[in-house]
Write a protein that binds this ligand. Structure first.
Ligand SMILES: Cc1cc2nc3c(=O)[nH]c(=O)nc-3n(C[C@H](O)[C@H](O)[C@H](O)COP(=O)(O)O)c2cc1C
Length: 373
């Protein structure tokens, strides 16, 4: 039997090279992350705006975020002995506090996206970074971004990140591309990966450290995993497929959007965060597109880059409403391939099918090679 390779990030080993991408608000919490980790992949909790799901206090948003995040990490730890990661958006106002909390809780790996993690929070020394258990993987969409991060870490810490997630334009959620780049063949994931490999090569040599590349965005089945591993990736990060699972932490109405949507319903929006994003078109987004304001009060500017004075809606609130199934007051982010999903299945069934498809893809390639010999 042909075996899918394990994923090694320094001394951290996942039996399967499959990372479940962090999905906010509240889409990947302890339930989904632990289910993925239990099957041998890396389960990732999204830290963004978890405090909004707390009912205890309406005023202390920062504190609520910390309380909810700590609870989710600990809950996940109780549910699995597997690898648990945390996704933190660089653009959030409490980025420093979230990172410190994650390190304090000793999560296995941090995925830092939606901005460039050029530095770590004040108080985290180079020495600490080098010795800590937690691995760090920035999420980038270009070789240029990877180079900027690695150069900055090299300069400030004499140390480099442990892995890099390369997210292409087919991903769900916020995208690290200009709108005109999204459909430009020059910016496909297949084209960006070699750029990122080239950008970090000299740092791998300097630190004598192998930096695994993780491919993300539009990866749907085991054939795709096989393809990207053959292109030089050590693993993949998938988001969309994990939404349509029993264990995904979103309301079933959120998941049903994925089952019901057609290809033409998956659209690019301009998010108040200042980035384009991929989502499923619904009445809420149609109203916003028509310039209809969705009244909100911004209690604490949770995103550094949010232009809340001119924004027609609060994205954190809209995503939180979608998570709890109130789709009329929000919308769901989704990857370009969400329309291909037709049922909600257990995580184990999804992971087993990915592994099986990977083995078949490998067998197919070997057979065609032998036939041509
Ligand atoms: C519903 C949803 C929410 C997401 N939220 C986040 C997030 O909070 N932070 C982040 O870095 N990426 C986020 N992503 C991106 C995923 O982590 C992942 O990289 C991406 O979905 C991979 O592409 P795929 O969906 O085609 O598999 C989100 C994606 C989806 C579908």
């Amino acid at each position: 039997m042909i075996k899918i390779p394990e994923l090694k990030i320094g001394n951290l080993i996942a039996k399967l090279p499959i990372i479940q991408g962090g999905m906010g608000v509240g889409i990947s919490m302890s339930g989904l992350a632990s289910a993925v980790a239990n099957t041998g992949g890396i389960g990732v909790i999204s830290s963004v705006a978890l405090g909004m799901l707390e009912h205890a206090s309406k005023k202390s948003y920062r504190e609520d975020n910390k309380i909810a995040l700590r609870r989710e990490i600990r809950k996940a730890r109780k549910l699995t002995n597997g690898v648990i990661g945390l996704n933190i958006m660089v653009a959030i106002s409490d980025f420093d506090e979230m990172v410190k909390l994650a390190l304090d809780e000793n999560v296995d790996i941090l995925f830092l996206g939606a901005g460039l993690p050029l530095k770590m929070p004040e108080g985290i020394s180079a020495d600490y970074l080098k010795k800590m258990h937690t691995k760090v993987a920035p999420i980038v969409s270009s070789g240029r971004a990877a180079k900027l991060i690695f150069k900055s870490w090299d300069k400030h810490f004499a140390h480099i990140p442990d892995a890099v997630v390369v997210e292409g334009p087919l991903a769900g959620g916020h995208l690290g591309f200009k709108p005109e780049q999204i459909d430009d063949p020059e910016f496909t994931l297949e084209n960006i990966i070699p750029d990122v490999c080239e950008a970090i090569e000299s740092f791998e040599d300097k630190y004598d450290k192998k930096i695994p590349i993780i491919a993300a965005g539009g990866i749907y089945n085991g054939d795709d995993i096989y393809k990207f591993i053959n292109l030089g990736a050590s693993g993949v990060q998938m988001g969309t497929r994990f939404v349509a699972t029993d264990e995904c932490d979103a309301d079933v109405e959120f998941k049903n959007q994925y089952i019901k949507c057609k290809k033409e319903d998956i659209v690019i929006i301009q998010s108040p965060v200042g980035l384009p994003g991929r989502a499923i078109l619904n009445d809420f987004l149609t109203d916003v597109k028509a310039g209809i304001k969705k009244p909100f009060r911004c209690p604490w500017k949770c995103l550094k880059t949010c232009d809340f004075k001119t924004s027609l809606y609060c994205i954190a609130n809209a995503l939180m409403k979608a998570k709890i199934g109130e789709l009329k007051n929000g919308f769901s982010f989704a990857g370009a391939n969400a329309w291909r999903i037709d049922k909600i299945i257990p995580v184990k069934e999804l992971m087993d099918s990915l592994v099986r498809e990977f083995a078949t893809a490998e067998l197919r390639t070997e057979c065609s090679w032998m036939l041509n010999f």
